[in-house]
Design a protein around this ligand. Structure first.
Ligand code: LAC
Length: 337
């Protein structure tokens, strides 16, 4: 049940597969005899310096993967010097995760139907030192989660949506079958750009919109002066048959025209994928399932190892395409017929 919750996606899972297939169909353009003895992967994002452009995407309930849950993820990410975006549906409270973190944390927010709950959650994230909020905008309702429904997925005994134990006890309850109702109570299906404006009025911490695929929505976000967007289809977990994120990226980058930060998640499994996303205009990428598998296999060390592998592969891909610095990564690294 836990495996299927993490591995699964919406409906027939076409979009989840397409996230991978679209990366595989992009070919790289290798170059030779460039000095690649020093590879520099450092990037700056929202006044934060990242040693390499890979963040850990928000994902609910890490304790499904490992008993130490988000605390282990935060320690593993810290050793790798990577930023963890904590899910508001974490199975550990943000204050406790912060104690285990040695790198800045970001915090994912769902607009809860009760505005007071959303406000409280943001204030907790801010007090815990989170450097950015990622407001999930692709889930005013949840899509067909057939794998979860078949499994009657529910939180096993002892695992809770910690933030909601006090804020909204129904959403935190163990044994509640998620596909049969809880998703309906998680998010405010009436949310609009006004909700975003209201959230922005509550905090000076930058807010990114997570789950944008349409260039029109990206333009609206840029016009409003939003700090950034995450081009995402929720790992294929919400609306099936939407495009792969790497297919959506180029038109979004064009629409944004450098006015805000553009990140991407969905299907990043290799260092070459990171290079392709940056070549098409993302400033950094997020990984989801890969670090959860690392967590499941090896706890904190497993998370660190997944990040090490991806970082090493990314460095090798940069070297073999003849671009030792991030600002040298352009569409020239992609093969054109
Ligand atoms: C999911 C929600 C919790 O994808 O974001 O399962």
């Amino acid at each position: 049940m836990a495996y299927n919750y993490i591995a699964g996606a919406a409906a027939d899972e076409y979009t989840m597969r397409r996230n991978r297939e679209a990366f595989a169909s992009i070919r790289l353009h290798p170059r030779v005899l460039v000095d690649t003895s020093h590879i520099d992967t450092q990037v700056n994002l929202l006044n934060q310096s990242l040693p390499f452009p890979i963040l850990l995407a928000p994902a609910a309930y890490h304790k499904l993967a490992h008993p130490e849950g988000e605390n282990a993820t935060a320690r593993g990410a810290g050793i790798a010097q990577a930023t963890l975006i904590v899910s508001s549906y974490a199975s550990t409270a943000i204050e406790e995760i912060a104690k285990n973190a040695t790198q800045p944390l970001w915090f994912q927010i769902y607009a809860h139907p009760d505005q007071g709950v959303t406000r409280e959650l943001m204030l907790r994230g801010q007090a815990a030192g989170c450097r950015a909020f990622c407001l999930t905008v692709d889930s005013p309702v949840f899509g067909a989660r057939n794998r979860e429904a078949r499994d009657r997925f529910c939180l096993p005994r002892g695992i809770y949506a910690e933030h909601f134990r006090s804020l909204d006890p129904k959403s935190a309850k163990a044994g509640h079958v998620l596909s049969e109702g809880i998703y309906g109570t998680m998010t405010d299906s009436s949310m609009t750009w006004k909700t975003v404006d209201w959230l922005r009025s509550l905090t000076n911490v930058p807010i990114l919109l997570k789950g944008v695929l349409s260039p029109q929505d990206a333009s609206l976000a840029a016009e409003r002066g939003i700090a950034g967007i995450i081009v995402s289809n929720h790992g294929g977990r919400n609306l099936d048959t939407v495009p792969a994120t790497i297919e959506a990226l180029p038109r979004i980058v064009q629409a944004v025209g450098g006015r805000m930060v553009v990140l991407l998640d969905g299907g990043i499994r290799r260092g070459t994928d990171v290079l392709k996303a940056l070549a098409l205009g993302a400033q950094a990428v997020l990984i989801g399932r890969p670090y959860l598998w690392g967590l499941a296999v090896g706890g904190a060390a497993g998370v660190t190892e997944v990040l090490r592998i991806l970082r090493d592969e990314f460095c090798a891909a940069m070297a073999l395409c003849g671009v030792p610095r991030i600002d040298g990564i352009t569409r020239e690294v992609l093969w054109r017929d």
